[in-house]
Design a protein around this ligand. Sequence first.
Ligand SMILES: Cc1cc2nc3c(=O)[nH]c(=O)nc-3n(C[C@H](O)[C@H](O)[C@H](O)COP(=O)(O)OP(=O)(O)OC[C@H]3O[C@@H](n4cnc5c(N)ncnc54)[C@H](O)[C@@H]3O)c2cc1C
Length: 352
Amino acid sequence: MVVKGLSHYSEQIGIIGGGPAGLFVARELLRLGLKVDVFEASKQIGRPPHCTGIVSTRTFERFSIGFDCVEGVYREAVFVDERLRVFARVEGTPLAIKLCRPCLEELLAIQVLELGGRLFLGAKATHVDSQGKLFLERGRVKTYDHIVVADGATRTISRKLFKSQCSWLTGVEVRVVLQKRVRCDAFYTFHGPRFSRGFFAWFAPVKDGREAVIGVGSKNAVVERLNHMLKLFDKLVGIAGVYERRSGIILGGPPAQKPVVGRVYGIGDSLCTSKPFTGGGLYAISILYRPLALAIRLEQPRVYKEAYGALTRELKLQHLYTKIARNTWPLAKKLLELVFKRKCHIDFDKHS
Ligand SMILES: Cc1cc2nc3c(=O)[nH]c(=O)nc-3n(C[C@H](O)[C@H](O)[C@H](O)COP(=O)(O)OP(=O)(O)OC[C@H]3O[C@@H](n4cnc5c(N)ncnc54)[C@H](O)[C@@H]3O)c2cc1C
């Protein structure tokens, strides 16, 4: 939706980062009639990919992106332990949707350009000041009315700015072609020290169960653990080929204390707003991109601070539960087993 009568509004916004956070905000600001420049360090939008792209149906709805980037619809999440025993199942109608990540960013970039935004690729920002100065490599400086920092999990610019002390671990995943077709309406998470330290491994079927994404998040030995998963699935269903290796940083929170510093706003992994149990960062982006754009348009940072405050209260609680569950894992697993003895409905975003 383009808000009529507001186009060519003179405010200019500079956005650092052409990932989902930066691009969703850019699209929204343009729809509100503001002028937007997006600076992306990489030479290609959405590349290299670094995300499985699983979101809840509500997160998907909030994104308003249509179905072009959907590559999987899951009705069930299955929890598996070290002995390959299923200890919990969670279902929904559907429970989650898998987005193709490079496709998501490409789609958003096209929408941003169509709405009149400017996208600068291979343009790395080095720092910003709170009054709206954006510094780029090779000494270039631009001045904006507002700046949005969406620099992702590396947080090179946002870390100091928003004072976030975020826990993290490494995630790697590959796409595989399967010899046997598998059920495609469920994804699986694998728990226990052989699969991961401090997180889990996953298997998410795509392409009608003919291919899958196999990944591991762990505090150490991610490559060894990924190889263990590949051997396991080669035995179980046969792997005909492995392609597209991805890796990145999975954040575990807690979220940054403040999302606004002067004329600079943060969003996405730059604020460390991932869901602590799954590392999913797209949920928070879906909640925050509209309030952020509105706050800038109305010159009312309060609008964004309130939305951020409500979200972080929820995430901090999730952070606490996750910490307790991970520190007492055998006990927490038993509890999950009891609670989920029968298939159970759950809010995929709130973990409740
Ligand atoms: C293996 C793995 C699996 C994941 N799976 C899921 C999942 O299933 N569901 C989910 O919700 N989340 C998942 N996540 C988390 C998800 O990837 C992030 O939360 C999400 O990408 C955050 O989006 P963002 O736009 O904030 O950051 P990013 O996607 O990292 O985008 C940031 C962009 O900013 C650019 N940039 C950085 N610094 C600069 C600079 N100085 N100047 C200019 N540009 C810059 C980067 O090149 C990048 O394009 C996963 C993460 C990993 C690592």
